[in-house]
Design a protein around this ligand. Structure first.
Ligand SMILES: CC(C)(COP(=O)(O)OP(=O)(O)OC[C@H]1O[C@@H](n2cnc3c(N)ncnc32)[C@H](O)[C@@H]1OP(=O)(O)O)[C@@H](O)C(=O)NCCC(=O)NCCS
Length: 195
């Protein structure tokens, strides 16, 4: 068990006792299946298939030092997963981007997503990461410290279809300053249709 221990959340089916852990390669197939089922239920079968392919690609094509995955496990089952991948900014700050996140449909809304993100952010702080980005719903990600960021401050690697979803937070206590120039994500995220 991870040293950060056991977390308890409450759901319709009672208390959920879960472990928060770092992703390891042996979790690969279960995690791909989790993303596929969660997004098939929340969006469509096609979206489930697409995200499963994306997650497989992310795991297979990203250097281990550039990928940090976190999982929430209830008994022997993975009920939540997220990935941070290396994000290269021209200022040279050590940065990652959070994408994607999934929590098992049956236990959504019980706090697992937020606990998992906080766990991941704590791990990034431990690694002395300075900046973390994400691209998603500000209403949700603001619960774990993300704030909207203008592309005048830090550019996204591709044109954004939803600029309101461009979010960031500083992990070193310093205010995010303008970082001029192009940014770069890992290969699996380097697809304009994802932005
Ligand atoms: C989005 C998701 C990761 C959130 O995880 P979760 O464990 O269900 O969420 P939590 O229990 O931590 O947080 C619940 C809170 O977030 C809100 N919330 C949950 N999903 C949300 C969403 N997609 N947009 C905005 N708010 C959301 C809930 O309304 C709730 O708010 P409240 O605390 O004010 O009542 C999860 O619902 C999920 O996997 N959804 C389908 C896949 C997806 O959309 N992934 C994110 C994009 S990669």
């Amino acid at each position: 068990m991870d040293w950060r221990g056991v977390h308890v959340t409450e759901s319709a089916k009672g208390y959920i006792k879960m472990n928060l852990l770092l992703f390891s390669e042996s979790n690969t197939q279960e995690v791909i299946d989790l993303f596929k089922s969660v997004f098939s239920a929340s969006e469509s079968e096609a979206e489930g298939q697409l995200i499963a392919g994306f997650v497989e690609n992310l795991i297979c094509t990203t250097r281990s030092q550039d990928l940090i995955g976190c999982i929430a496990r209830e008994k022997e089952t993975i009920v939540g997963c997220l990935f941070f991948s290396r994000f290269t900014v021209p200022g040279g700050q050590y940065a990652f981007i959070l994408s994607p996140v999934a929590v098992s449909t049956e236990v959504q809304g019980t706090g697992i997503g937020q606990k998992l993100i906080q766990y991941g952010l704590d791990h990034l702080r431990y690694l002395h990461v300075s900046l973390v980005f994400t691209y998603g719903d500000p209403g949700y990600y603001s619960k774990t410290g993300f704030e909207k960021i203008s592309e005048d401050i830090v550019k996204a690697p591709w044109p954004l279809s939803q600029p309101i979803g461009w979010l960031a937070q500083s992990l070193d206590g310093k205010e995010i300053q303008v970082i001029a120039g192009r940014t770069q994500c890992v290969k699996a995220l380097n697809d304009p249709s994802l932005w």
